[in-house]
Design a protein around this ligand. Structure first.
Ligand code: FDA
Length: 310
């Protein structure tokens, strides 16, 4: 792994930095590039602007992971229920993506599942899909177990799968068989070579191979929801070409990109008539997430350094 990436991912797991770095003005200023603000209201404002100016749909996620007490998880679930109401009142085409460790997966998996059920039911009332993020590899089994249980009751739930894990082909097949939905990403965590491809070229090859399966005849026959969460233009082009050459219509799949990243690509996808969603993060627990964004493109560190010097 690139040493800068390695240091940034290690920083993302540092407790002291998590607790203190978000107060430093330099980080507060630099993070604005990826996040419209810490409050739900900031995310709603950004989603309204994207809808109005570019006809782009959105996904919200409130940053946070691994809560220490179930009361915090209950508060997160209550927050998302309020967020659905605010989204409905503003007539936004905005989905929600949740992290299970933020909803108490580590503490009480049954209550966590109940929260997900309630959120899925709320999403269904708005004709929306509820998405579940994927965290470190140690959570994949528990996340997929919960996902399949909720999918059996609510068809409008999808889960993120990571192309860097060796196991993902198998996990994807199980979700296709169940007629669910997957947002495919490369994977953002520091993972050992025993579970994940260490080389970027292998991750990219895995991504493309999984993407082809996601828009293949079997998946489409099952009404499977295919979402590609990537900023990689080579991969985006390859998916579009494969779809065209195999007769998959442009509305048969969706792209999802993060707020503030590859803006020109986002605008181009929207202009070309592809289905696109922009994922907007908000909340005050942004340090680990921000370190993962820096790690994805170490040139971003230069941006922080410049902000420091200014
Ligand atoms: P790659 O890292 O190869 O980047 C391709 C190009 O995009 C780069 O060369 C650069 O130009 C640009 N780029 C990418 N990241 C950038 C950044 N941070 N700043 C500036 N430019 C950047 N991961 C996970 O483990 N679990 C999850 O649930 C999710 N959820 C999720 C949802 C959505 C909608 C997206 C887009 C991504 C995620 N991810 C995620 C993150 C994902 O795993 C991955 O770390 C990032 O998307 C970066 O990988 P790319 O596919 O963009 O390719």
């Amino acid at each position: 792994m690139n040493p800068v990436r390695s240091v940034l991912l290690a920083a993302s797991e540092n407790r002291w930095l998590r607790a203190n770095a978000t107060r430093l003005p330099v980080f507060r200023k630099a993070v604005k590039r990826f996040m419209p603000g810490e409050r739900l209201e900031d995310a709603l404002g950004a989603a309204e602007a994207l809808a109005r100016e570019e006809s782009v749909a959105t996904i919200f996620t409130r940053l946070g992971e691994n809560v220490a007490e179930m009361a915090e998880a209950d508060a997160v679930a209550a927050h998302y229920l309020e967020a659905y109401d605010a989204i409905g009142q503003r007539h936004l085409d905005t989905q929600i993506s949740i992290k299970l460790t933020q909803l108490g997966l580590d503490i009480d998996s049954r209550r966590c599942r109940d929260h997900v059920r309630a959120l899925a039911a709320h999403a269904a009332q708005q004709g929306s899909i509820l998405w579940i993020d994927m965290e470190q590899h140690t959570y994949v089994d528990a996340t997929l177990e919960l996902y399949h249980a909720v999918l059996a009751e609510h068809r409008n739930v999808g889960v993120c799968l990571q192309a860097y894990l060796y196991r993902t082909e198998r996990d994807l097949q199980a979700i296709i068989d169940a007629g669910g939905g997957v947002r495919l990403v490369k994977g953002a965590y520091k993972e050992p070579a025993s579970v994940a491809y260490p080389k970027k070229a292998d991750v990219d090859a895995s991504y493309l191979s999984l993407a082809r399966t996601m828009i293949g005849a079997e998946a489409r026959a099952k009404n499977f929801q295919a979402v590609f969460g990537t900023h990689d233009v080579t991969i985006i082009d390859a998916i579009q070409q494969h779809a065209r050459s195999t007769g998959v219509p442009a509305d048969g799949y969706e792209f999802a990109l993060l707020y503030g990243i590859q803006r020109a690509v986002q605008q181009q996808l929207s202009r070309d008539g592809y289905r696109l969603r922009v994922l907007i993060s908000y909340g005050d627990y942004w340090f680990p997430w921000y370190m993962r964004r820096l790690a994805e493109r170490p040139a971003n560190v230069l941006f922080v350094a410049k902000t420091m010097l200014r």
